[in-house]
Design a protein around this ligand. Sequence first.
Ligand code: FAD
Ligand code: MLT
Ligand code: ZN
Length: 466
Amino acid sequence: MTLIERLRDLLGSTGVISELAEMSPYLSDERDLYQGTAACVALPRSTEDVAQIVRICRAEGYAVVPQGGNTGYCGGASPDGERQVLVNLARLNKVREIDPIGFTATVEAGVVLANLHSAVAEQGLFFPLSMGSEGSCQIGGNLATNAGGLAVLRYGTAGELALGLEVVLPSGELLDCLTPLRKDNTGYDLKSLFLGAEGTLGIITAAVLKLFPAPTEHQTAWLALPDTVSVCKLLSLARRLSGDTVTSFEYISQASLQLVTGHIDGIQCPFTERHPHQVLMELSGPLAVESLRPTVESILTQAMEQGLVTDGVLADSEKQRRQLWRIRESIPQAEKHAGRSVKHDISVAIARIPEYLAAAPGRLVGIGAYRASIYGHIGDGNLHYNVLAAAGDDPVRFRSEHASGASSALHQLAAEMGGSFSAEHGIGKLKKEDLAQFKNETALQLMRVLKKALDPDDMMNPGKML
Ligand code: FAD
Ligand code: MLT
Ligand code: ZN
């Protein structure tokens, strides 16, 4: 039997796609940076299916590329040839258990993030991982990229929300670390090997995730600030005055706001005047005993007295809150409409963000005319310093001529400041050279040792990351 016949035998005729036209949506990536090829797309329905697929591929000499919602930004889920099988986890999508006593959810890897939000909300519970792609990205992809998003400041990254994992190893064996235990000091924390591994060490098939009581109140403000030092000072003030209930603290430059208002319909700008620096700040609380409203008002009063905030809008309704969030979450879409950006995802110590922002333009002089769309999770020290062609210039030509120069300049600056060139989007194919350049040699060597030990034949997502 051929590989495809063996896979059809296992998964049924609807579980294997081998026609090019049908495979096509799985082969291109979110940013259209890569056009992949594969022997076929396999769609397992169970953990045992995944293990069998890996065993069959191993026996037939094929590599395996795991894929979740295919929303990743670095080409990690793009297959690279006729000897690779793309394993898409979409049909492995059951919420196995929600435990309202232990505050955990046991979910399969293919559960779409937004579907998990709804499932736990039905029980008055809350899963805090949140990002613009949540209607498509999957829990397995979130964990494999150790995704960040909009509430890391309060709740942590995807990896920090995982208590246990179930993983199919390159050998085809099942690693069962699917535990809800919050404390378990019985040797190496094996699950952490697979968080951020981008499918290079195994396929995550299920996870136990931390849940929280659903917030009963949100206080959401859109604020104008005179400079970026004030942005950092406001974050510190808000955290101290609010008893650390600041959930999100997102930075939006005027240029990013202008892209949104220029390209997205139905956006209501919070201010009539232009402000160079803006912040979307949200406080949330699980307890309705005392409203957070006086707290947020007192933060804003003190911030204004100290000259940290020059103007502000405080959402008066859930509708207004959603409108404010829509502005922030529309930035990636607006950049797409503007001809796409060269994306960056750097992090530095929060207090050094102003220094990074002051130095970056000097590093970019070599690329000629450009527009910078700067925004992101400043509460985590993570900025998207995205670079676009100047208005009227050809965006495709700009990217082909300047993407590499802009990225090396901005990544180099982050490295010089003790930061990271990839805070939340990962490595994939796109940033392999940066990893080789910026990761310290001992750490890189240890990564290679781990890869070799778990996947000696390089069959699990080859050509990615290392
Ligand atoms: P995919 O793109 O399918 O895969 C990503 C990587 O994980 C690949 O290497 C793949 O091989 C591997 N993988 C997937 N599933 C598995 C599995 N089950 N087991 C092992 N490996 C697997 N990211 C952020 O961090 N923060 C943001 O705020 C954010 N905002 C975004 C907004 C938009 C509009 C878009 C389009 C993307 C955004 N992203 C963001 C990027 C992306 O959504 C995340 O990286 C997400 O976690 C990827 O999940 P996915 O299921 O789409 O994974
Ligand atoms: C975001 O924070 O919106 C994403 O991580 C960045 C992007 O989509 O460009
Ligand atoms: Zn982001």
